[in-house]
Design a protein. Structure first.
Length: 347
């Protein structure tokens, strides 16, 4: 009898489910938490229209947090880098969006969906270019000297974040900056008795598209294979002729670009932004990264949706407990799964 058969026989004798069944349960149980919280929220909220509005708000908020958390989770989990300066990319992404949309005010306020969409795409493209360029410089200047030194990483990236926050008033002024919402994305859609904001619907759809594109890149492309193989056995991948260091730099740069895009979406969501916008949202981003499991794209998505829903439901039922509810959610999940919802090396 083979070792696998011996193990299966031992599990059966002990009354344990087969390993394959356990793997399936572990893979699908975390995502089921999202509809579970949605269903639990219905009787607590009471009214169906309010529940629909809060659920959409939670899902859209979760998707925006996912955009900001996904890059940090991948950099943390794959490159073992504690980048507390991640919020700087969020802040600059939001301010760059404002700088692009204000001159395009004629397109933003036009009664034309193509013009409104084009204005947003230009703002997103500008944020992406900034994220790519500054992510590359940030890795070379700030991160590269402290690889493998977590304490120094925390100190130097926190210092970089402080410097970045001080640069914002120098460039854009000390007063809060308005981020104009395109006309087609403003307003609401009436579904029965529920009022749903158009922008929140757009945020959910955009977040889904980004997740699918990122997931397919990591699991269905050669570059994704190299990234995952480099995490498992870096020496072997380099022996095959691949430059794992360059690939991981690409991961860092892509994560910075995602953070900048998240800043654009968050800026449009808030409509008024300050130099501390990235620092403020980083609390939720770190909670999502810890809940999801370091390096897990699926974990970041599920964790972000859970945080968004819990924050909005609690904010409606008990506003003073909104932030505390996300911390309690994190504690409960870590008591259940100390390494997060998904292992660090799983997408």
């Amino acid at each position: 009898m083979s070792e696998a058969q011996d193990a299966a026989a031992g599990e059966a004798a002990a009354g344990l489910p087969p390993k394959r069944l356990r793997d399936i349960v572990e893979a699908w149980l975390p995502p089921l938490l999202v509809p579970l919280i949605v269903l639990v929220g219905l009787p607590l909220i009471g009214g169906l229209p309010q529940w629909l509005t809060l659920t959409l708000a939670g899902l859209s908020m979760g998707m925006m947090i996912f955009l900001m958390a996904a890059g940090l989770s991948l950099v943390f989990g794959l490159m073992d880098v504690l980048n507390f300066g991640h919020g700087a990319f969020i802040t600059f992404g939001a301010f760059i969006a404002a700088s692009v949309l204000v001159p395009l005010n004629a397109w933003v306020t036009a009664e034309s969906l193509p013009l409104n969409l084009l204005a947003v795409l230009i703002a997103v493209a500008a944020a992406v270019l900034f994220g790519l360029a500054m992510g590359f410089l940030f890795e070379r200047i700030v991160i590269r000297p402290v690889y493998g030194q977590h304490l120094k990483q925390i100190l130097i990236t926190m210092g970089a974040l402080i410097v970045a926050e001080q640069l914002v008033p120098v460039i854009w002024g000390a007063l809060p900056v308005s981020v104009p919402m395109p006309n087609a994305f403003a307003g609401t859609v009436i579904v029965g008795e529920a009022t749903l904001e158009r922008y929140r619907l757009l945020a959910v759809a955009f977040g889904v598209l980004v997740y699918i594109a990122t997931y397919l890149t990591l699991t269905r492309t050669r570059i994704g294979l190299i990234i995952r193989a480099g995490v498992e056995n870096r020496d072997m991948v380099e022996a095959l002729g691949y430059r794992v260091t360059a690939v991981f730099i690409g991961v860092f740069v892509a994560g910075s670009a995602l953070a900048a895009v998240g800043g654009v979406m968050w800026g449009l969501y808030r409509e008024i932004i300050t130099a501390h916008v990235g620092n403020e949202v980083m609390i939720l981003v770190f909670i999502v990264v810890i809940i999801g499991g370091l390096g897990s794209l699926r974990g970041s998505l599920v964790g972000a949706l859970l945080v968004g829903l819990v924050t909005n439901y609690t904010g409606f039922l008990a506003p003073k407990l909104a932030l505390g509810s996300t911390l309690l959610l994190m504690v409960l999940i870590l008591l259940w799964r100390p390494t997060g919802l998904y292992p660090a090396t799983k997408t």
